[in-house]
Design a protein around this ligand. Structure first.
Ligand code: SAH
Length: 392
C-alpha cells in the first residue's frame, strides 16, 4: 500500500487519516502540532504518541522534509539565502530578509517604522514552483524554465526549515520566490490556511503577501475567497505593448483585464494592492508612465514598491532582455517623488541580498543536470547559483 505523505494535510484531512487507521480524532491535533508547530521530522520525536501508534504511522505514512544544501549569509545586510533539495533531487531557494534600515527610506514612513516595531520583523521569501514558465525578460528564474509545482507540504517546509536557521521568529511571509503562485493556486492557498492556523506556525494572514505577475481570474478568486492575505502585483508597465515585451504573459491577460480585476479586488476586499515596479532606464520611467500610474491610482487605491533592477547578467541574457538597464538612482527617486506628489504611498526598496544573488529576481539554482549531480553527492556544493531553477 502506498504510504500517505502527511506534510501539507489540513487538520481535517489528518483527522480523516487517523480515523481510517482506527485511531481517535484527537491524535490528528497532536500530529498537526508536531509537524507544523514543532517541526518534527520523524514519528519517534512525537513523545506524547504511543510507541504502537508511532509504529503504525511509520508503516502507513511518511513525513518528508526539505534538506538544506547550503546557507549563504550576506555580510552586507544579513540576508540569508537557503538552498533546499526536494525529495526528487530538484532544488529551490528561499530568502530570509531582515528589516530594512529605516534611515534609507526618505519619506514619512520612517517614524512609523520605528514605532511599529519593524525592527522585530523577519520576513521569509518562499518559492511556489521549481523554475517558472513565465519567461519575464528581467528575471533570472525565467531562464531555468519550468520544472514542477511545489506541494503545500514543500511550501510550508521552507518556513519550518528557515525557522530553524533563524535566530528569531519569522513574522512575515512573501510568496515571491521562484515561480508564479497563481499557477499553483490550490497548493499555495492550502499552505496559507495551514501556516496561519494558531495551532501551527501562527503567522498572521495580514503578514502574508502573495505576489503575481497578473493572473486576473485568480485575483478575482482571491477577492471572492476573502482570505485576509495581501496581494502584490508585478506591474512594471501600464502600456500594454511594453508590458508584453517585458512579461509575455500579458498576451493572456492584458493591462486592461488586470486593472478590471484589481478594481474588483479592491471593491470586494477594501484592501489596497501593492504594485511592484522596476524602473528600466528610458523604457518605463518617463513622464507618460507617471501619468498612467496616477490615472490608475484613481481607479484602484494602491501602494507602490519601486524595486531597483537587480542584475541578471550571470544568466547571460540575450535579445530584448539584454537591452534592459536600471534607471539611475537619482531618477528613480524623482519617479517616486512624482508619484508621492499624487498622494500615492511609495516605498523604494533596498537591494537586500544583492551581493549573494538573493535579491528579487536573482534566485536561480542550477537545473536538473546539476540537481542530479548534487543528489548523487551529499556533500557537493554548487560552485555558484546560475540559471537553472530560479527564485525571484
Ligand atoms: N511570479 C511572481 C512572484 C515572483 S517574482 C510575480 O511575478 O510577482 C517576485 C518579484 O521580483 C516580482 O515583483 C518581480 O517582478 C521581481 N523581480 C523579478 N526579477 C527582478 C530583477 N531582476 N530585479 C528586481 N526585481 C525583480
Amino acid at each position: 500500500m502506498k504510504k500517505q505523505s502527511l506534510k501539507g494535510l489540513s487538520l481535517k484531512e489528518l483527522q480523516e487519516f487517523v480515523e481510517s487507521l482506527g485511531e481517535r480524532k484527537y491524535r490528528a491535533a497532536q500530529l498537526f502540532s508536531w509537524m507544523y508547530a514543532k517541526g518534527a521530522e520523524s514519528f519517534d520525536e512525537m513523545t506524547d504518541i504511543s510507541r504502537e501508534f508511532q509504529a503504525v504511522l511509520s508503516a502507513r505514512a511518511t513525513l518528508e522534509h526539505l534538506e538544506v544544501v547550503r546557507k549563504s549569509v550576506s555580510p552586507r545586510d544579513g540576508t540569508t539565502k537557503l538552498l533546499f533539495r526536494l525529495h526528487d533531487g530538484m532544488m529551490i531557494e528561499s530568502v530570509l530578509i531582515p528589516p530594512e534600515d529605516p534611515d534609507r527610506q526618505p519619506d514619512s514612513t520612517k517614524a512609523g517604522k520605528h514605532s511599529s516595531g519593524a525592527e522585530q520583523r523577519l520576513t521569509l521569501c518562499i518559492s511556489t514552483q521549481v523554475g517558472c514558465p513565465l519567461d519575464c525578460k528581467f528575471c533570472a528564474t525565467g531562464t531555468m524554465g519550468f520544472h514542477r509545482n511545489l506541494s503545500a507540504g514543500e511550501i510550508i517546509d521552507q518556513v519550518i526549515q528557515a525557522q530553524r536557521s533563524a535566530t528569531r521568529r519569522i513574522t512575515n511571509l512573501v510568496y515571491m520566490g521562484m515561480g508564479e503562485p497563481m499557477l499553483n493556486y490550490d497548493e499555495v492557498m492550502r499552505s496559507v490556511d495551514i501556516v496561519t492556523d494558531g495551532r501551527s506556525l501562527n503567522i498572521g494572514a495580514r503578514h502574508i503577501t502573495i505576489s503575481t505577475a497578473g493572473y486576473a481570474d485568480r485575483i478575482r478568486q482571491m477577492a471572492d475567497e476573502k482570505r485576509r492575505v495581501k496581494l502584490a502585483l508585478s506591474l512594471h508597465s501600464l502600456d500594454n505593448e511594453k508590458r508584453t515585451k517585458l512579461m509575455p504573459m500579458t498576451k493572456k491577460y492584458s493591462v486592461d483585464d488586470l486593472i478590471d480585476a484589481l478594481e474588483y479586488y479592491y471593491r470586494k476586499t477594501r484592501h489596497r494592492p501593492t504594485f511592484e515596479y522596476i524602473p528600466f532606464d528610458g523604457f518605463n520611467d518617463t513622464k507618460a508612465d507617471i501619468k498612467r500610474f496616477v490615472r490608475l491610482s484613481k481607479r484602484v487605491p494602491c501602494k507602490v514598491n519601486i524595486i531597483p533592477f537587480h542584475s541578471i547578467d550571470f544568466t547571460e541574457p540575450s535579445g530584448f532582455g539584454a537591452t534592459l538597464k536600471p534607471t539611475p538612482r537619482e531618477r528613480m527617486e524623482e519617479f517616486a517623488q512624482a508619484l508621492r506628489g499624487a498622494r500615492i504611498t511609495v516605498m523604494v526598496r533596498s537591494s537586500a541580498g544583492e551581493d549573494i544573488e538573493a535579491a528579487c529576481g536573482q534566485l536561480a539554482v542550477e537545473e536538473g543536470r546539476s540537481a542530479k549531480r548534487l543528489a548523487g553527492s551529499k556533500n557537493a556544493v554548487p560552485k555558484k547559483t546560475t540559471p537553472g531553477s530560479a527564485v525571484n
